[in-house]
Design a protein around this ligand. Sequence first.
Ligand code: PHE
Length: 337
Amino acid sequence: MDIEAIYLEIEADIQNVNSREALELFRLKYLGRKGAVAELTSIIPTLSKEERAAFGQKVNSLKNKLSEVVGEKEKLLNVQPETKIKVSCDLGMPGIAQELGQLHPLTQVLDEICAIFNRMGFSVVEGPEIETEYNNFTGLNIPLEHPSREAFDTFYLKDYAKLLLRSHTSPVQVRAMKERKPPLAIVVPGRVYRPDAVDASHSFMFHQVEGFLVDENIRFSDLKGVLGVFAKAVFGKDIKMRFRPHFFPFTEPSAEVDISCIICKGQGCSVCGKKGWLEILGAGLIHPQVFKQVGIDPKKYTGFAFGMGVERIAMLKYGINDIRLFFENDLRFLKQF
Ligand code: PHE
């Protein structure tokens, strides 16, 4: 029997021992009554005197080697599974990369709008989405018979007839003007709610940025100047702006503001409905009645206010043709910004 060959066999066999049962079979194979060691030992008496000592020593070393291997394996099989995982942990293996998110396109546009007004000295103020009927309507000179006061035109809170989901960010004018003294230059980003049926251009919830400025000697030209800077900053320096007479109960005079169509540059296309202009916001000089409601003297102070839809600005800026895309959480859409 070739002892060297037995060593090689042991090395190979022990690799495959992964359970106590397998270890027992291994032990029997080499150390059992009919095992390799027993067989080798039985040869010894047949050897010549000279050979015996050397051979006996080799068998002994083999025996020692075997008990060492068996002992080690036993230890390994006895450890708890958790510690075993630790032993087999490969610190060099590449990790699982975390996917980094980004700001929602609406948040990006909202931030950009606020930053533009920030640079002109406006500070950001926020208000609650659940408002009083007073702040949303009465304080803003919106008469009792105004259609938007109807339950169908506004989300009233059940059991709280005087509370509603604000239909615009203008109530924050009332809040801020009551709390602070002029001069005031404030922008108000936030969500608003209207029970509109959802389609490509309507959503029951959307975002507005309100802006207003109150000081002595504020004129309509100040409003035009500020909005001009804003429009150029968002849409580029070649953009044109026009003010169309309009009506809002809380501003007088009031206007709707259009920019020249960014697609056809004013020539008329399907996006602007062949008009060459796109409406982006409502604005005007703050109505004296509003000043009276909040305790500001309309003889001393004047001011302007404007309100814009953030979705609309974002849609025009990026050429998005369906407002629903903002709210569907589809990563294929969101990842493009
Ligand atoms: N609150 C108006 C709206 O939601 C917009 C607006 C704000 C108009 C301020 C004039 C002044 O339609």
